[in-house]
Ligand binder design. Structure first.
Ligand SMILES: Nc1ncnc2c1ncn2[C@@H]1O[C@H](COP(=O)(O)OP(=O)(O)OP(=O)(O)O)[C@@H](O)[C@H]1O
Length: 671
């Protein structure tokens, strides 16, 4: 790039950012302009900054690659295929994790120096916060495929590149990573990258499908297509089904096609309520060949073609029995004896938890601090105990302290202990603090986000120096400390706000995990049976739950997670005749929960019940009308704040803007 062109690029960025909103300008696309504004106003990046793209250290790279091991293993072959298609045209291919770090790279080895110089190499971090507008970082923010072509890059140093990236989502709609192809030189017109973007999108969809099949390898996977011939090769529009025909997960296409793009409206539903199929018949025939079944939606009778992949374990044995006819499971001894649950038992059949447990087992005795994140009641403390029990320290003490429930003035003495007469009101014989009590065992710091800022430096010192000086004492006591922390807060945000020390955060977060909320667990039906057995102190399956009650329980939102589930089951047991739970035994909030707007709409929009619709709405399908209702309700609920509504509905902000426009939704202040 000539000096003059560089100057021109920088001036263009400054003048475009000076615009007050993200409306189209003559020469810059709206999403690019929005990203330029974020880059300058939020991230404070200088477009003239010529520093090279940041690269992770070897150790950091190793840690991140290890954390994303499963994803990398599944995604790599897809990225390799993509690279073979584009390498002759001067592209390299990048596979990034959800931290936008390049964890795999394929490119022409002859040009390695140039790729490295451009930051298109292993370990490079393409975050919008660091680089400004760039395909990978901006794709992460926008949550949709994007090409950033030449001068659309924010920093002048990247303004020769052309890059196209697409997000890769897990079956729960969360970002797993991104795939990108980039070239050092390309024609001036952005149109030249149209097919590059399509290829990247296609690869991302394929990887998502591979990941979906992997995640649900021990479940039934229904694959739906609108064309009989393509059905056997189709790999999108996937629904994972439990042995009882309940939907456990749905990929993006299935969510859009049958759930108005909304995750919650699909999960926990009986497949027989969505399609006019008998799940029993379907699985009796499954596995006999690559069979394709015509199926019809209950809502509007539209025809599709489906194939069914059997659970791997069953496929291996070549299906003889229906999974739902499995023989009764004897509850693990530890359940009825009310002993602590093991890690494997806590993971149940939930795919994310199983992955977490595998990773935890790897770090068990390596003295790596563990940070457990998760909503209230997701079982963080139970998990921490299970980690302790699985470690070689199991016969040493497990000492828990809840930083939120102890007054700030007492936390210090509780944690660090004190010598006799250290302060007025102190016990005569002094007190051993929790840290010393946990010596050699595990110290569990619950609600670590509530640790007073004044005490954070002291805790940091203990962790670094492995010795502790009780209040009123001058001689330090050596401690062998293993720490597990838990919080429902976003500590990273607290670090940014300045209410939590960054150095302490990194010290405590040797490895971190997010325990999934109950509504996202893929084994909810099994977990309910398990929790019921615990509450009733019986065998799993000894008390039955009728279909309607199970439907209500699996569909409920569970804001209080497992804690709330156990309370509800305890209540239901008390209300029941003792060996069968029905919907009438459930507490009101579960029994009379409002059907999600989309579901209730779908039911009333079945052909035989269809209501006349206003003139303008007749051009929308029932699904679209339902979607409009959901969006409208959510916007009203959140006082028309788009970010909050998008979050609740589970779609990106820009998607929501598009839909608002599509459905002629006008906020009250613009009427
Ligand atoms: N897998 C499980 N099966 C049965 N019961 C469980 C399971 N996990 C947790 N529980 C129960 O759920 C309740 C909440 O668990 P726990 O206190 O560990 O959650 P938490 O995430 O630490 O909650 P909080 O954030 O509110 O402190 C406890 O009664 C616990 O025994």
């Amino acid at each position: 790039m000539t000096l003059l062109n560089k100057k021109h690029h920088i001036e263009k960025v400054y003048s475009a950012v000076a615009q007050t909103n993200c409306a189209m300008t003559d020469s810059v696309d709206a999403p690019v302009l929005c990203s330029w504004q974020r880059s300058m106003n939020q991230h404070g990046i200088d477009p003239a900054d010529a520093a090279q793209v940041r690269i992770l250290t070897e150790r950091e790279f190793k840690e991140q690659a290890e954390a994303a091991e499963d994803f990398l293993r599944i995604a790599r072959p897809g990225v390799r295929d993509l690279f073979h298609q584009v390498s002759a045209h001067g592209y390299c291919a990048l596979l990034c994790d959800h931290n936008v770090t390049t964890l795999d790279w394929l490119g022409d080895d002859q040009q390695v120096r140039e790729w490295k110089k451009a930051g298109l190499y292993l370990g490079s971090i393409w975050a919008e916060e660091e680089e400004g507008t760039c395909a990978v970082g901006t794709c992460l923010v926008e949550k949709r495929p994007i090409t950033i072509h030449k001068g659309e890059h924010y920093r002048v140093i990247n303004a020769e590149l052309t890059c196209s990236a697409a997000p890769i989502l897990n079956p729960f709609g969360e970002m797993l990573g991104l795939v990108d192809i980039s070239a050092l030189h390309s024609p001036a017109s952005k149109d030249s990258q149209y097919f590059a973007l399509q290829l990247v999108k296609q690869t991302a969809r394929l990887i998502e499908a591979a990941y979906f099949y992997h995640q649900f390898e021990d479940q039934w996977v229904l694959c739906i297509c609108n064309n009989r011939e393509m059905a056997v090769v189709n790999r999108t529009c996937l629904l994972a089904l439990g042995g009882d025909g309940i939907v456990l997960a749905a990929d993006q296409t299935a969510r859009q096609q049958f759930g108005g793009g909304i995750y919650k409206t699909m999960i926990g539903r009986d497949i027989e309520d969505i399609f006019d199929i008998k799940f029993d018949q379907l699985i009796d025939l499954a596995g006999k060949s690559e069979m394709v079944w015509p199926i019809r939606t209950i809502t509007n009778g539209a025809y599709y073609f489906a194939t069914l992949r059997s659970p791997q374990a069953i496929a291996l044995k070549s299906i003889q029995i229906r999974p739902s006819q499995k023989t009764k499971v004897t509850p693990p001894k530890e359940l009825s004896a009310a002993e602590p649950l093991s890690l494997d038992l806590l993971a149940g059949a939930d795919h994310r938890l199983k992955e977490i447990v595998t990773r935890i087992k790897r770090v068990l005795d390596k003295n790596i601090p563990i940070l457990l994140n998760g909503e209230t009641g997701t079982g963080k403390e139970v998990f921490a105990r299970a980690i302790h029990n699985a470690s070689s320290r199991a016969n040493k003490p497990f000492v828990a302290i809840n930083c939120a429930s102890i007054p700030e003035s007492l936390i210090e003495s509780e944690l660090f202990g004190y010598k006799p007469g250290a302060f007025t009101g102190a016990l005569n014989k002094g007190m051993q603090g929790k840290i010393v009590q946990s010596n050699g065992g595990t110290l569990f710091l619950d609600e670590i986000g509530d640790m007073p800022t004044s005490l954070q430096p002291r805790l940091l010192r203990v962790l670094a120096e492995k010795e502790i000086t009780p209040l009123g004492s001058t001689s330090p006591v050596p401690v062998h400390l293993n720490v597990i922390c838990a919080t429902h807060r976003n500590i990273q945000d607290m670090v940014i706000e300045g209410s939590f020390r960054e150095d302490l955060f990194y010290r405590l977060k040797g490895i971190s995990f997010v325990l999934p909320p109950l509504r996202q667990r893929t084994d909810l039906a099994q977990l309910i049976q398990m929790a019921l057995a615990i509450e009733a102190k019986t065998e799993i399956g000894a008390i039955s739950i009728d279909k309607e009650a199970l439907n209500l329980l699996t569909r409920y939102d569970w804001p209080g997670n497992i804690r709330q589930l156990r309370n509800v089951l305890r209540y239901a047991l008390a209300m029941s005749d003792g060996d069968r739970i029905t919907s009438t035994n459930l507490p009101e909030e579960v029994a009379n929960q409002e059907r999600p707007a989309l579901l209730s709409h779908i039911e009333t929009s079945a052909p035989k019940k269809m209501q006349p619709v206003p003139q303008r709405e007749q051009s929308w399908s029932p699904m679209e009308q339902a979607e409009r209702t959901i969006i409208l309700e959510s916007l009203k609920k959140h006082q028309w704040q788009v970010v909050k509504a998008a979050k609740e509905i589970g779609i990106g902000r820009s998607t929501l803007y598009r839909k608002i426009e599509k459905y002629d939704i006008v906020p009250p202040n613009k009427r």
